[in-house]
Every structure is written in structure tokens, then in C-alpha cells.
Write a protein that binds this ligand. Structure first.
Ligand SMILES: [Zn+2]
Length: 199
């Protein structure tokens, strides 16, 4: 696991052969890379022209500073096969249904769909974040902590995640953790703004 220089308490996953990301399809590999951020704040995307290279390794390209990083995956032996595409379609359908339900403010429906999405691709950080936000709104602190800590392992550089963790620890009366996540949220948010202006 690679430890970030600027944020030594956070680790990004999938950056070496010994820490591969489980993924059931090539399409999920691409989507996973899009959930990741460069330490500069920019959003990563799959580097063009790398789709058919080494089976389990994909190159990500930062949309702000053009830095490249390699991501390692494990899972399907044939991630580009029709059955892998079908698995991704089921995951994407659950995810879209969850996001639509959030838009309609139908929290229980949304929760069901996001739970289905993470049962299909456990390593999708944004779905864990959504589950954490829904649990926070319900004041179910234990479920919120569980979901947000999973998200923190997968999308450690998302400011919205640290904002949610700040709210959780505030509610639980842990001022020290609340302050740390509040600070991280602000820091990461401003690095995102910087990355946007550089783009
Ligand atoms: Zn960058």
C-alpha cells in the first residue's frame, strides 16, 4: 500500500502487485480508477489505449497534472468477456437505481440498491459513502461508522467522505477525530479547487 506524503495517515489501494483491487470486469476496473484521486487533487481516469495491455494492470492518468499511476487488479480471469460485461451491467443498474432514489429522497430504496451494488463489487468506494450518508441521516452511528470506514479505505482523498466522518465523530462526541476529519475535508476540498483551475 502506498502512503501519501502529504497525508501520511491515508493509504491508497491497488498501487502495487501485492495489493490488487478485486474487480469482476474490465469496465469495473475503469470505473474504479475514476473513483481515485491523484495526490494533486485531480481525478484519475483510464489512460487511453491501455485497455488491452497486461491483464491485471491498468494505467491511470490524472486529469489535472497528467501524472500516471499503475493500478493492479485481481478477480475475473477474463475481465473483457461477455459474462464480465453482464456482471458490470447488473452492478451499474443497481448503482443508477440507488442514485435515482437519492435524487427522489427515497432513502430506504436507495440503501437497498447501494447494498446490492456493493454485494456485486465490494470495492466501490462511492457506494459505501452513500450508505454511510444514509445511515448518518438515520442516526444509525454504528452502520454509518462501518460504511464510512470502508469508504475511507477505498477513496481516502474524497473531501465529502471526511466531511461525513467529521459529522459522525461530532455526533459521537469524539472531538479530536471530528477535528481531524474536518481539517482533511477542507484541505482536500481546496486541493480539488486547485486541480480544477490547473486543468
Ligand atoms: Zn495530478
Amino acid at each position: 500500500m502506498k502512503v501519501l506524503g502529504e497525508y501520511p495517515m491515508m493509504q491508497q489501494r491497488g498501487l502495487n502487485r501485492r495489493d490488487p483491487i478485486p474487480a469482476n470486469s474490465r469496465l469495473f476496473q475503469e470505473l474504479f480508477i475514476q473513483t481515485q484521486r491523484c495526490p494533486c487533487g485531480g481525478q484519475m481516469r483510464l489512460a487511453a489505449g491501455h485497455m488491452c495491455r497486461e491483464l491485471d494492470v491498468q494505467s491511470g492518468l490524472c486529469s489535472a497534472c497528467s501524472a500516471q499511476r499503475r493500478y493492479f487488479f485481481t478477480g475475473s480471469a477474463t475481465p473483457s468477456s461477455p459474462s464480465a460485461s453482464k456482471a458490470f451491467l447488473a452492478f451499474e443498474t443497481a448503482l443508477d437505481a440507488g442514485l435515482n432514489a437519492v435524487e427522489m429522497e427515497e432513502w430506504e430504496v436507495a440503501e437497498r440498491h447501494f447494498e446490492e451494488a456493493v454485494s456485486l463489487e465490494l470495492w466501490f468506494g462511492p457506494a459505501h459513502l452513500q450508505l454511510g450518508l444514509i445511515a448518518l441521516a438515520r442516526q444509525d452511528w454504528e452502520a454509518a461508522r462501518c460504511a464510512l470506514e470502508k469508504a475511507a479505505g477505498l477513496i481516502p482523498l474524497e473531501p465529502g467522505l471526511h466531511d461525513a466522518l467529521c459529522r459522525l465523530w461530532t455526533a459521537l462526541g469524539n472531538d479530536e477525530k471530528a477535528a481531524r476529519h474536518g481539517w482533511l475535508s477542507l484541505q482536500l476540498d481546496s486541493s480539488l479547487d486547485d486541480a480544477d483551475t490547473r486543468r
